[in-house]
Design a protein around this ligand. Structure first.
Ligand SMILES: [Zn+2]
Length: 105
């Protein structure tokens, strides 16, 4: 007659293995939930930036506006000229977010 205990031990090992894999799966699922929320926030933010991008005015009263603040926050921020531009390029810095860029002079 087969030994009941031996088979029961094997069943216990198989059960433990399944439980361990399920615990790993739960951890992976929690990570995916976080990733999903991050991706959803990124998509929502991109959708919201649509309107800000359309309304952004790159130059107001001959002053360069910060494109980053414009698209990210919908703000029109006057940039400051960075001294030392070349004949071909003017440098600009945003006083709000410190974004730097150059434009043709
Ligand atoms: Zn800015």
């Amino acid at each position: 007659m087969p030994d009941e205990n031996e088979i029961q031990i094997l069943a216990g090992q198989i059960f433990d293995n399944i439980q361990m894999r399920a615990a790993e799966a739960k951890k992976e699922l929690a990570k995916l939930d976080i990733k999903r929320a991050e991706l959803q926030a990124q998509i929502s933010s991109a959708e919201a930036s649509n309107d800000r991008y359309r309304k952004f005015r790159p130059v107001i009263d001959r002053v360069a506006q910060c494109p980053r603040c414009g698209v990210n926050k919908g703000s029109q921020i006057d940039c400051k000229a960075i001294p030392g531009g070349t004949d071909n390029e003017d440098g600009w810095r945003c006083p709000d977010c410190n974004y730097e860029f150059s434009t043709l002079a």
